[in-house]
Design a protein around this ligand. Structure first.
Ligand code: ADE
Length: 418
């Protein structure tokens, strides 16, 4: 079996951690049992470009149980858990091409290695596989029946491809399922981002000024949890509706020129590029921490920061201290890559449970219905989304009410008013 990982000797630790995550993934476990019985993905070659974590391991094990011939590469150079990669190869016989800290060239070599398998389904977190199949590896599009996409940034890229009529196969936007973005993006990013900042720095949040750039689902989660730890949270936004929502959620909202002078910790979650720029870095207080939890490492203008600096040094794992020409110091965490996966372990299993149940069922849907779909971006069918929510509630021991016959009739009628 061909693979490229850091060290196969790490598999023992990886296996234990994969099993630990599995305990908190009851919905995916059910999908796994069902897949093992019916083998809906039998004969499908599936290439997954995801963060190689304990949760992803449980997803690809499930896909394999469903009969898929699975191969995995990383969707970010800094998010791979090397022990998990080792266990997938050794214990589960799943080829993995991913090493934490790989350089850009190796990252793309790994993407190409999984594409060499001529996948019928690609599973992306950030749309890098789809993008490669539409650029350097165009010859492979003929084999792909469809793709699934995990994250907001990827969905934005794919929708742009569909609008420009260049998309060559259908894509299921897993991110847009309610059981994905309401929970993973908000509670997952909220908790794991703070976990990443804390593990990297051990700074006290209470009493600090924490600036969240972007108030989408991820920004809402980060702001909510930073407030929970006692930070004074400031939000920056470009969208008036989201800004208004942040105001009514009780946060101060201002343009970045203002909080750049008073923030202790800055975290970008916008999905856009150069959100924190040289002019902002130059205003920052001595010792300010700056990080990103958006998908790509483009949100901090590190080239601008370097140009404004006299030097930089690594002061802790995942912390680089830049000394500005004005004498002040600014610390960048995790090289500006998503901090929740760079210095911590990403979202907890319980929330990835729903995201990855969506992924597995989206792959099943593509096999069953892919041929009837157009080269567009589709949302996960509502019945799958609702079923995942039902199963998650049941796994948590929660019961809910059902509509009475009278209520159903009322909702379907228009005659009854005041
Ligand atoms: N994205 C964020 N957290 C993740 C995790 N734990 N596993 C895979 N992808 C993720």
């Amino acid at each position: 079996m061909d693979y490229h990982i850091k060290d196969i000797g790490l598999s023992g630790k990886g296996k234990k951690r994969i099993e630990w995550a599995e305990l908190d993934m009851p919905v995916l476990r059910r999908v796994n049992a069902n897949f093992a019985k019916h083998r809906p993905l039998k004969g499908t070659r599936l290439a997954a470009c995801l963060h190689v974590t304990t949760e992803t391991a449980n997803l690809v094990i499930t896909l394999k149980a469903g009969g898929a011939d699975v191969v995995v590469c990383a969707s970010n150079p800094l998010s791979t858990q090397d022990d998990v990669a080792a266990s997938l190869v050794k214990d589960f016989k799943i080829p993995v091409f991913a090493i934490k800290g790989e350089d850009n060239k190796t990252y793309y070599r790994h993407l190409n290695a999984v594409l060499d398998r001529k996948p019928n389904i690609t599973m992306d977190d950030g749309a890098d596989l789809v993008s490669l199949v539409h650029s350097g590896r165009k010859d492979l599009a003929q084999y792909v029946m469809g793709s699934t996409e995990e994250t907001t940034t990827g969905v934005i890229r794919l929708k742009a491809m569909a609008v420009n009529k260049v998309l060559k196969f259908p894509v299921i936007a897993v991110n847009d399922a309610s059981t994905k973005h309401f929970f993973d993006n908000r509670y997952g990013t909220g908790q794991s981002t703070l976990d990443g900042i804390l593990r990297a720095t051990n700074r006290l949040f209470a009493g600090s000024t924490f600036v969240v750039l972007g108030y989408g689902w991820c920004g809402k989660g980060v702001a909510m949890r930073a407030r929970g730890l006692g930070a004074n949270v400031i939000v920056t936004e470009v969208d008036p509706l989201k800004a208004l929502e942040a105001v009514m959620d009780g946060f101060r909202v201002m343009p970045m020129a203002d909080p750049s002078k008073i923030g202790d910790i800055f975290c970008t979650v916008t999905g856009n590029l150069n959100v924190v720029r040289k002019e902002h870095f130059l205003r920052m207080k001595d010792g300010a921490l700056v990080c990103n939890s958006g998908h790509f490492n483009v949100e901090l203008d590190l080239v601008g920061l370097k140009g404004a600096s006299k030097g930089k040094k690594v002061v802790r794992d995942f912390v680089e201290e830049y000394t500005l020409k004005n004498g002040r110091k600014v610390c960048v965490l995790g090289e500006g890559r998503l901090i929740n996966l760079a210095s911590a372990e990403g979202h907890p299993a319980s929330v990835m449970d729903m995201s990855f149940a969506n992924q597995a069922l989206a792959a099943d849907f593509l096999v069953k219905k892919g041929k009837s779909l157009n080269n567009q971006v589709y949302t996960v069918p509502e019945e799958i989304d609702k079923e995942i929510a039902r199963l998650k509630l049941a796994s948590l021991g929660m019961k809910i009410d059902t509509l009475t016959a009278e209520q159903k009739k009322y909702l379907a009628s228009w005659e009854m008013g005041t």
